[in-house]
Unconditional design. Structure first.
Length: 320
């Protein structure tokens, strides 16, 4: 970046240039404290975005967390931020493997999925598990990420992956985190019907009738074009980071699978946080203490903590 006053901008006639450069000879500037050095400019990060059901392409920048990202997208398309259910990267489809989580590749294209039709479905809990995997968008909406084949929910054709859960028995859950919603569903009594109020994302014509059950796809995996990613944090500013190594990505995937198996949720950012904690813990007991200090609200069972530690620190043993 060129400094002001060089190669272009000229000083006003009869006055000195910045920092004394170009003053008339014989008129030295009076001594004074040295001017503070200008802070290093942050790189300008601009991302392209569209509404998933169809829209012109917009440009957004200057966000540091998911809520600010949604606000920027909403501003570009003149909608309310509460209309946005979730975002996917590099695809307009409801592809749960391409969800925007805590990281965005510098060349990723963001597609925003907005509120479509609202629907209500009555469910009878004949088993302890409904067969749902819940995640959330980081801005107040929990939604269905996966439906297990042969499960209670799988038999209800009106319930689809990507549907946002707005209420359980007319009790709104907007603003709840995904693990809170999963806990509410687990605690519902068996053999007693309950009602889910769902909001499905608005679909383009080529997506009408589509129903994804498992969220798996042939090209499964996060698409990242650049060597760096923008890491969005719930607290503090976003930061640029190098892409995680293949071993770190694999460890995070394994922990994310464990979260789904034990708790019925998926959260790639939470999985990455747990991987970091496990890497610095020489034993299961120390990992349990570390997780309890920063993630105590989850109340992870001991056997789950042991599985996490094994998945990160002894992956070969875990595969056998």
């Amino acid at each position: 970046m060129q400094r002001a006053g060089r190669h272009g901008r000229q000083p006003p006639e009869g006055g000195p240039m910045e920092n004394g450069v170009g003053q008339e000879p014989g008129t030295p500037e009076p001594p004074g404290p040295a001017a503070p050095r200008a802070p290093r400019a942050r790189p300008r990060l601009v991302f392209h975005t569209q509404l998933a059901h169809g829209s012109p392409t917009g440009r957004i920048e200057g966000f540091t967390n998911v809520k600010e990202l949604y606000a920027k997208i909403a501003e570009v398309f003149d909608i309310s931020p509460t209309e946005i259910l979730f975002c996917t990267l590099n695809t307009h489809k409801v592809d749960m493997q391409k969800l925007l989580g805590g990281q965005i590749g510098l060349e990723d294209f963001i597609f925003a999925h907005v509120r479509g039709e609202t629907k209500e479905v009555e469910v009878t809990k004949t088993e302890d598990a409904l067969g749902l995997t819940i995640t959330d968008n980081g801005a107040g909406y929990a939604f269905i990420k996966r439906i297990k084949e042969g499960s209670i929910i799988n038999r209800l054709q009106t319930v689809c992956v990507g549907d946002s859960i707005e209420a359980i028995n007319d009790h709104t859950i907007v603003g709840c985190r995904h693990y809170e919603v999963a806990r509410m569903l687990r605690e519902l009594p068996r053999a007693q019907p309950f009602t889910l109020r769902l909001v499905q994302p608005k679909k383009a014509f080529d997506m009408i009738g589509q129903r994804t059950r498992t969220g798996k796809s042939p090209g499964e995996g996060r698409v990242v074009s650049g060597k760096e990613t923008l890491r969005l944090r719930t607290q503090g500013p976003a930061v640029l980071e190098e892409e995680p190594s293949p071993s770190e990505e694999e460890a995070a995937r394994r922990v994310d699978d464990l979260l789904e198996s034990y708790m019925g949720i998926r959260d790639s950012e939470l999985a990455s946080t747990m991987v970091e904690a496990a890497k610095g813990s020489p034993s299961v007991a120390q990992l349990a203490q570390g997780l309890d200090s920063v993630l105590g609200e989850f109340a992870f069972p001991q056997e789950f903590v042991a599985e996490v530690w094994a998945a990160v620190c002894h992956p070969k043993e875990d595969k056998e």
